[in-house]
Design a protein around this ligand. Sequence first.
Ligand SMILES: Nc1ncnc2c1ncn2[C@@H]1O[C@H](COP(=O)(O)OP(=O)(O)OP(=O)(O)O)[C@@H](O)[C@H]1O
Length: 336
Amino acid sequence: MGLTKHYGDKVAVDGLTFTVRPGIVTGFLGPNGAGKSTTMRMVLGLDNPTAGSVRIYGRHYRQLKDPLRYVGALLDAKAMHGGRSAANHLLCLARSNGIPRTRVDEVLHLVGLTSVAHKRSKGFSLGMGQRLGIAAALLGDPRILMFDEPVNGLDPEGIHWIRHLMKNLAAQGRTVFVSSHLMSEMALTAEHLVVIGQGRLLADTSMAEFIRQNSRSYVRLRSPDRERLLDVLHRAGIRAAARRGGALEVDGVPAERLGELAAAQQVVLHELSPQQASLEEAFMQLTAGAVEYHAHAGGRPVPGRGMPPRPVVPERALSGGAPPGGWGAGWQRKRS
Ligand SMILES: Nc1ncnc2c1ncn2[C@@H]1O[C@H](COP(=O)(O)OP(=O)(O)OP(=O)(O)O)[C@@H](O)[C@H]1O
């Protein structure tokens, strides 16, 4: 709540207040340098807020006994690459959090690393490192999961796997909070979005509502008799914009009405298609003024410009549904 972080003069996070709800995947979006990683680090007590606080079940992360049983996080997968084997790495984490060692085998199996469990993680590929990081996050069977750019550098199979894992975790009633740069991936994974720019909250809304509010919807028409179609539309008081390739675009008129008008005048249509901007377009539209650096011809960074950040109704804290329940075997069974 009111989460703020200054690094010297730099305001990395600026009065952020929002709640992440259980049972759905919440995407955490923002341009480079928006403050996503800093926010996640403050949730985990790895960075101290300059002002404000993060509460998990009403407590600070550092006040949680055996925190891995409450919150599992993947922040920097590379951070755990080392001389220890995957199994050993997980075993150390399990011991320090009062987690039985049988759970180590469970999570290794879950992320598909059983066959390399005793290999040193130093030699792991990026994808294997991500899987090991996710195994660590799942170790305590936590109700809250937080992933910072989990699909970075993964191949399509790995991305597909992570997408389904997150959806399954959310379907089990867990709170899943995930940041990503891949808009197309977020569009497939997240139901709710928290968008920040320059440390400030820009949107806290459902995916569908976000796209609806920040993008344009229109109808594209094509006709072999474009001039007559333009004439019919004009007489009906409808403005159409001409596009390259002979297409016309009409805003604010349902496709059904346009089709009926054309039919009434026997104008042949080759295309009559409602168009909705993608999440990527909606994101670019919203964050245009909150981008730290824009590329330009000279290659030098220039300060953000365009629309000012648009604040959206703030909310409260991080909640993970019911407090931690039994060990993972139960939910593993549910997955299979
Ligand atoms: N330790 C630090 N010292 C100084 N400035 C920092 C530090 N950590 C982050 N920052 C600055 O704070 C801002 C937010 O950084 P942060 O890494 O949280 O953004 P992000 O949204 O995760 O970015 P990205 O998507 O590029 O990973 C950036 O301007 C960054 O340069």
